[in-house]
Design a protein around this ligand. Structure first.
Ligand SMILES: [Zn+2]
Length: 234
């Protein structure tokens, strides 16, 4: 049996929970200006607009629920670990639907909507409600430095060393609901392939990186993911 499993998820897994995708042609960045809302420069010049945007996303997330695909991956994690396997779930999503479904060995490589970070002292706070420019940091007490703890354009994704280490020793890599076009995540399948891992893609459609994968499963995440998990868990 395969021992080390790495799963990468993207916005396609949360779309059926009612959360908009960011980079699709009808996604959030087609309607909002990412240069203002998702760059350090935008935050420096228009912090109120940036907070307003993420406050709205945070309010929307409260109304969303994890779906069958999120729950299936949490079930898979428990079963895999119970059999002595190594497991890591890496998500590009900033929502907390994997967390709420029960996933534990989880990395949010693009940060988390429900966290904020102080630019003065680096302290990371939970943020389930509105963030404003005059909100003081709980650690250093200064106001004006709190920003969404999300990775913006031009910034490095989080925990990359840990992710690469895990990829370099994995036996099975599965990409779910991700277009495969955004680096560095787009390179994960190449690394897994190089170390001889079996690569499975679960998506609505083929992607630019589809030729790398050994197996393709097309379909809605809420159907294709539980079906795949059921085959493994038995
Ligand atoms: Zn601070």
């Amino acid at each position: 049996m395969t021992q080390s499993l790495v799963i990468l998820t993207g916005s396609g897994i949360s779309a059926e929970s009612g959360l908009g995708t960011f980079r699709d042609t009808d996604g959030i960045w087609a309607k909002f200006d990412w240069q203002v809302l998702a760059t350090p420069e935008g935050f420096r010049t228009q912090p109120e607009n940036v907070h307003e945007f993420y406050n709205a996303r945070r309010a929307g997330l409260k109304k969303a629920e994890p779906n069958a695909a999120h729950f299936a991956l949490a079930e898979l994690e428990k079963a895999w670990i119970a059999r002595g396997g190594d497991f890591l779930l890496v998500t590009q999503n900033i929502d907390n639907l994997h967390d709420r479904a029960g996933s534990e060995r989880l990395i949010h490589m693009h940060g988390e909507l429900n966290k904020m970070r102080c630019e003065h002292c680096g302290y990371i706070h939970e943020a389930f409600d509105e963030i404003t420019v005059d909100l003081p940091c709980l650690n250093c007490r200064q106001a004006g430095g709190l920003r969404p703890h999300v990775v913006w354009f031009g910034e490095m994704p989080l925990e990359m060393e840990l992710i690469y280490n895990q990829l370099e020793s994995c036996d099975l890599f599965v990409a779910i609901g991700t277009s495969g076009t955004v680096y560095p995540a787009a390179g994960f399948s190449q690394i897994a392939k190089q170390v001889g891992a079996r690569c499975i893609e679960i998506n609505l459609d083929d992607t630019e990186t589809s030729p790398i994968f050994d197996e393709h499963r097309k379909g809605m995440a809420t159907q294709a993911v539980p079906a795949w998990v059921a085959e493994i868990v038995g």
